[in-house]
Design a protein around this ligand. Structure first.
Ligand SMILES: C[S@@+](CC[C@H](N)C(=O)[O-])C[C@H]1O[C@@H](n2cnc3c(N)ncnc32)[C@H](O)[C@@H]1O
Length: 341
């Protein structure tokens, strides 16, 4: 049975034999590398190698990615639920001039790359809306559908390493919720700058790893258990995995590359819990709390790595209690879009 997953011909867990001067990574002729013989379909019997089980949950098996969350059914539910919620929060599947950029142009093949695509729901939604555009969903684990539509390809790749797309061959790079997938976001942006064509678009969407109060009051006082949970998460990610909270720094990183212009940022606040009076926001808050409960349970495994091992259960329980009882808690979503100069 054909499985429509692709990876580099070198095995994903052993990239040490890759030659950084390989023309594959630096070809400058603007052609698509889709057809390269180095990209092969993932054999079905290889799929289990991409996963490992710990304490009854399934994780990626990639040695070098710091990404700490599971990749099992609960996590799929969380990713897909957040995909829908974000669309309502932001008002669309994206921010920025995406429609103009991806408009049908005779004789031109528009190309979009989604980094850390996960279940691929964003790519699938986009592919339906832009059937003339080619989408590439990139992840280190094969958790997206194996039977994508004609204009979608899911690819196994570690985004901490150079991409296999040619210079200037991509119109739009989308990176959502990948701040735990990489340690060096600046290096990633260099690579994004390399593959984007002039005028191409980069969009980042990241959740801040801290709770806040909608009225601006001090969350440490109003919701101390939610505050403690996120403080422990941030500290654990930093000391155990080398992951820093970078959501609000991405615009500065983009500026520092000198490869991007027209850098525009927005912040959206999502309610957690059923406290809003507006019915649509109330429903959003109810659903968002469900997603945050899934998140907290997934994060328990991270907290158990230390230094809060013994407090992991209590921190998760306390957080769930706060978001179920304290009105006004919100989560902040940072969006950025920028043009390749
Ligand atoms: C929080 S999920 C976000 C999924 C999707 N972008 C979305 O917004 O629904 C992060 C994804 O990044 C992937 N990931 C983690 N480390 C990665 C790496 N080094 N290279 C590629 N993907 C990675 C994970 O497997 C996971 O599917």
């Amino acid at each position: 049975m054909a499985i429509e997953y692709f990876r580099h011909a070198h095995h994903h867990t052993d990239r040490s034999d890759m030659d950084p001067n390989d023309p594959y990574h630096s070809d400058d002729d603007g052609t698509s590398s889709d057809t390269s013989e180095d990209v092969i379909e993932v054999p079905q019997d290889e799929i289990p190698d991409y996963f490992q089980e710990r304490d009854g949950r399934l994780f990626h098996s990639h040695g070098s990615s710091p990404y700490p969350l599971p990749v099992d059914a609960e996590e799929h539910q969380r990713q897909n639920g957040l995909n829908t919620l974000l669309r309502r929060l932001i008002g669309d599947l994206f921010v920025g001039p995406v429609r103009e950029l991806l408009a049908f142009a005779p004789g031109e093949q528009r190309r979009v790359v989604d980094l850390g695509t996960g279940t691929g729901q964003w790519v699938l939604d986009m592919a339906r809306e832009f059937p003339h555009v080619r989408f590439h969903g990139v992840d280190i684990v094969p958790i997206a559908t194996r039977y994508p539509p004609h204009n979608v390809r899911f690819e196994m790749h570690n985004i901490m390493e150079p991409f296999w797309y040619a210079n200037g061959s991509v119109d739009f790079v989308h990176a959502r919720s990948i701040s735990m997938a990489i340690r060096d976001y600046r290096a990633l942006l260099q690579e994004v700058g390399r593959i984007l064509r002039r005028g191409g678009l980069f969009v980042s969407i990241e959740w801040g790893r801290f709770p806040a109060m909608e009225d601006g009051s001090d969350v440490a006082i109003r919701a101390p258990r939610a505050y403690a949970f996120f403080s422990a998460i941030r500290e654990t990610l930093r000391v155990r995995r080398g992951i820093e909270p970078i959501a609000s720094s991405i615009p500065r990183f983009l500026e520092e590359t000198r490869q991007f212009t027209d850098i525009q940022t927005q912040r959206f606040q999502a309610p957690i819990g059923e406290w809003p009076t507006d019915p649509a926001r109330k429903e959003m808050g109810r659903e968002f709390r469900e997603m945050m409960i899934l998140y907290a349970n997934s994060m328990k495994a991270v907290l158990q790595e230390g230094p809060f091992t013994l407090l992991a259960d209590a921190l998760v329980e306390g957080y769930i209690r706060d978001i179920s009882s304290v009105p006004g808690i919100v989560s902040t979503c940072f969006t950025v879009h920028a043009r390749r100069v």
